[in-house]
Design a binder for this molecule. Sequence first.
Ligand code: IVH
Length: 697
Amino acid sequence: MKKPAETPLEDLDEKAARAELARLAKAVTEADRAYYEADAPTMSDAEYDRLRARNAAIEALFPSLVRADSPSRRIGSAPAGGFRKLRHREPMLSLDNVFSPDAFADFLARARRFLGLDPAEALPLVAEPKIDGLSISLTYEQHLFTSGATRGDGIEGEDVTANLETLASLPRKLSGRAPALIEIRGEIFMSKEDFLALNAAQEKAGEKIFANPRNAAAGSLRQLDPSITASRRLSLFAYALGACSEKVADTHWHYLERLRGWGFAVNPLSRRLATDKEAAPFQEEITANRARLGYDIDGVVYKIDDLALQQRLGFVGRAPRWAVAWKFPAEQAVTQLEDILISVGRTGALTPVARLTPINVGGVLVSRATLHNEDEIERKEIRIGDWVTIQRAGDVIPQVLGPVLSRRPKGTKKFVFPDTCPVCGSHAVRETGEAVRRCTGGLTCPAQSVERLRHFVSRPAFDIEGLGEKTIAEFYADRLIQGPADIFALPRHEAEIAKREGWGELSARNLSRAIAARRRIALPRFIFALGIRRIGEANARLLARHYGSYHRFKAAMKAAVDPLSEERSSLDSILGIGPAIAEELAAFFAEPRNLAALAALEKEITIEDEAPISGGDSPLAGQTIVFTGTLSSMTRAEAKARAEALGAKVTDSVSRTTNLVVVGAEAGSKARKAEELGVKTISEEDWRQLAGLSAEA
Ligand code: IVH
């Protein structure tokens, strides 16, 4: 049967485009389902790619029509036993934690400093109990609930729309006036009562018992069969805003009111604090009432109330500068230290790990805890066999605080820290001034290689599902993978993998697909995946945005190996990088084996260029800017953050590659250097105009 001709893109009007996007979303969804779930493809790969490309082209012409279930936002498809991925329109962030009044005061001082506010000026806040559940993003279009996703890595999460539709507390339709498009964020949780009832029923039925309400909520929402979710009692509190097609409020407090008006439950204990002085008493009040609440909370979230200030403050890394979680004190317990093991990390660091008699600490069974390093064991006089106090705070690794000396049993043993690597036998050395001892085996140490591979496939890096720690260790031992590029050769050994113990055709095929889905990767993820010391996600992002493409990044790093090169000094001067990090990068690129591993990887994968996150059409996109002198309308930190949000790079020193120098009051040598080199200089007024900021009030 011949298909009806498709309308050429240039002839589409809004109405036709809307209909066409709906048709494409449906066609791609059906094709995905046929391919992944029924294993019976209904169209050729070329036709499938063409549909997706047409969808993307129409979306580029009509950005406001992008559907919640658009193929461009669904990434790949769910293999048997998984959820489809859904891209958030605005990233979902997490929060920085503080544990003391001092650390809380530091948070406020940083925000004030960033904004250039007087420390005495009152800063209204909203305080909300921090629910211990799982965060969720809910999309509403024309008032209707169209999709919902878990947080995932913050950029894309799991599409749990069908399961959310079974929740009684989730409004299907927003009441009253509402924007055409809005992403509403909140927490899905299970009350203590519902948790106990669920576990009792599970036990009776001989099913899995959940460790705590959080796990029960997550397990109930992430069910492939929505009828199971429907049978569980899940609750929802809404508390944050993602993407939105129009302004909905001036303050966070007002936004919470609007949420209530639309039909959401908002935590009734939320409170507007006229000044930050009210935070500590509120924290005490909630701490005192915590046990009486019907649900688990693990702290209080404090948010700067004024949404315009929130906007100016923006984010650093994964956390907003305008909110913080003040967590309750960590939970402690006493148990016995059975042994001390040494684990070898990705960079060769030997970390002592306590093997403990398992004990429940605040709802989680703990059997391992970190002892930090050899000096700590010495300083705290910890011996094998001791009763020790352990502590678990939030999501961090549990730690051993120290021995309970009054209970020291007879026959405890002092621990002798090894001076060789327990895995490869190479010398383990401690450099002067360093707390950690490191294995010198480098690329020849299997433990380091396996850890590097684990890091490479981890969620913030290549995010390859189905390649866990155990599998990597086994594949490494059997020489199926030696370096990162070998991972991409695994699909060529699918038949062989299927025959391995614990595998089978389906799981081998799922692995091949998970790998195939990651042959394209964003530059920041790629740089992070390399596992270079001191290059975490934030630094990887800085580098990616600075260099823009893998090709330019690699060329610059190879040149920067020479400490006297221009590339090294420009690397040093990227704000946030600095000499110590530059040194690590240079060390990595000086190693021929690393370059060989990169060359092998290049043959297997495509590394996407890094476009500025937003402001692609801003005159500042792609420009390298230096700020000098004192700005009167904003702090240097805010100016830098603003420039970066518009796609510019901000560096510390002026060179021939600088495009623009913003000259504030009492500028000195940098302004002179700009003149000398013929680099364009502009005033603060001009900068505000370029940055799209209204003229100074
Ligand atoms: S606001 C950008 N408010 O805490 C701000 N988060 O540690 C994003 N959470 O991922 C979060 N209660 O799952 C916010 N009242 C509340 C919250 C809350 C619980 C969770 C949320 C988030 C995590 C960060």
